[in-house]
Design a protein around this ligand. Sequence first.
Ligand code: AGP
Length: 607
Amino acid sequence: MCGIIGYTGKKEAGAIMLDALELLEYRGYDSAGIALSAEAGGEPKLLKRAGRVKDLRTLCAENDTSGTCGIGHTRWATHGGVCDENAHPHRFGKVTIIHNGIIENYRELTEKYGLEDKLCSQTDSEVVAAVLSRFYEGDPYAAIRKTVLKLKGTFALAILFDDIPGKIFAVRNVSPIVAASTGDGAILSSDVAAIVPFTNQYFVVPEFHVVCLSKDRIELFDLSGDKACIDWLTVDWDVSRSDKGGYPFYMEKEIMEQPQVIGDTIMPRIKEGKPDFSAEGIPDNILSDCKRICVIACGTAMHAGLVGKSLIQAMIGIHVDVVMASEFMYNDPVVDKETLVIAISQSGETIDTLEALKFARKCGSPTISIVNVKGASIARASEYVIYTCAGPEIAVASTKAYTTQLAVLYLLTARMAMARGLWTKEKLTAYMKELMRVPKVIEEVLLRKDEIHHIADTMLNARDVFMIGRGLDYSILLEGSLKLKEVSYIHSEAYASGELKHGTIALITEETPVIAVVTQDKLKSKELSNIKEVQSRGAKVILLIKGEEQIEQEKIWYRIFRLPVMADEFMVMPASVVLQLIAYYVSADKGLDVDKPRNLAKVVTVE
Ligand code: AGP
């Protein structure tokens, strides 16, 4: 959470930082600010305010923003409410900082260093500026080292010292910082998204290392002051993938990209018609020897894990647990050498998933992560990594990351079956053929977006929406429901249809739209009976059903969407896309800020 940017070079830093902050705004959008280092040394120019980056832009337009070195921040509030004083950068003595993360011992530090009446904000971050200032006696590295050793919690800090103009220092623990040379200077950021407009070469600043950006070089040191080697990485998407491409919102663009990015994710991993993870170096024994699997993830990524669970249990016959990463550590997790732990994360930075993964590794579990952002912390903390090829996902609501995670889980299931010698050649061939059809089938759904838009229109004034299904249908409805509430603010719940009558059916009235998904042959008759139960209570049922399935009395349905036909285990793909589009259209038609729903942030780096 919180986006950070720093630039020093030949160009105007103000303009570069404002553009970058717009790209980083998905990390948090409560307030924003920049500090411009004074060319001849002295106090930097500080401009910050509560609100969006566009409000900061207005403030900058009213002020002098000349200068070629600066740091900038977009905030997702944790400690201290949303107001100008709590916006970053924070300044104390000769030190100006921006911070992403949480300093857990900020109260003790405030007390220890007698800062109670010296601070201007309610943030934990300003305390770091004060401690740094206390230790700063002309040697930035010594001050940073001493400060960092006093901090408990997570942090990515970018720092300006008044008497070292033109240089930016940065250090981190857990929260990410990447850095790169821009040709005319140097840049650092919380995300590669802000770096891609300048270069495709970057590196991840290692934890507890200090990076120093000057106009003509980048230097990296460990905490004892020894020079460290830089491990350069290449971004494999270009800047055009980070714009809206003519769509009104990133969410729509990202939904529309799914046929392409699912193809990009699966095709390089299919060799001679078989799933292949040799490029990732994943040995088959990891997949064949495990006795159980534990998936750890949050939100949408966890919902992808639930689909994976159904697939693997049904097709491989081994037990799979899907655990909310935020609960994992507090439920006395039982994972061991025989448990394959799969961490799923778009950003690769979700702190709960990262901590759970580190714990699993300590327990000796083999670990595979499914991550979208190259070089992200979860990818680096895991033994093996499979990158989804979704490209940058900017909308806070995850769409293409989810379906590419599913695509990887389909591949893994097939590889696991091969490694265990479970399927016949014919079964594997049929399964892989079906997987390769997914991009085409999703394209068919996207071509029918107007039909889906009409369905969404029926929900615009709903107070509650229920979604019901069984088995795999229930798993995808959990995701469909999260999507709807996240972007439209309509209360929505996904329910296993058989469970409704154990209490929740009391909430169904004539005003309640119910989305029912029926795609699994073996569950169809039971699902249809459960739907009747809500129809009898007056609910308006919107039915998503597989292809030309025979259903009685078409007119009892409020709306019907017939999904393109795939093998049952693949039906989640077209059905998910319909649910994504419903959520999108409801939000857009309500005039909401689809890409930046209230209170949320794209990357969740606080527990
Ligand atoms: C979904 O739309 C959300 N943005 C959220 O649930 C997200 O999937 C979750 O925070 C996990 O993020 P990650 O994939 O980056 O770990």
